[in-house]
Write a protein of this length. Sequence first.
Length: 191
Amino acid sequence: MARRRGKHGLAQAWILLHADDPEAVSALAVARAHLAAGRALAGLRRARLFELRGDLPGREELEDLLHRSTQFYNPHKERCLVRTSPEEPTPAAAGERILLVWERGGERRPAAERWWLHETGRRIEVREGVAWLLALEPGAPARAVEALAVVGDRAHGLLVNPHAQDHRATGPEGAFPCWEAVERTRGKEPA
């Protein structure tokens, strides 16, 4: 069987819970109850996002490897959406904004990289972050995402700790790749 490589040697695995996500439900409730910008929030979902870069197999083998490994997700409680090109959809609905958040300097996943090398004999780079999917009320200003994102004080921000995390906001199309094109932020969008 001929092996097809992922486009540009890059793939994303979007991991979502089958059931309601308690962390997203809680964050939505807190935002609506305690943040002025929370009034602009119609809905909030959370996904884990893995980005794999390197000598990747075709989609079928890639999905099989992700499914077999506990390094990426648990198929009994989570589902995985694989994306191998920017033309493929993310799990974001039309109109949702994606806020990618990752630990500053801690987005690499060495254990997953070692597992992949052991299983395939190929070295790849694996990065992980949390993707918040924000649905804003009609007419909400675009800056509402940033107002909800970065913690400034008890009344401002919720999803990004500016002292330990970096972030990037996009539309429902997402970024492909996420980390290569990132302008690292330290709690503020670049001027």
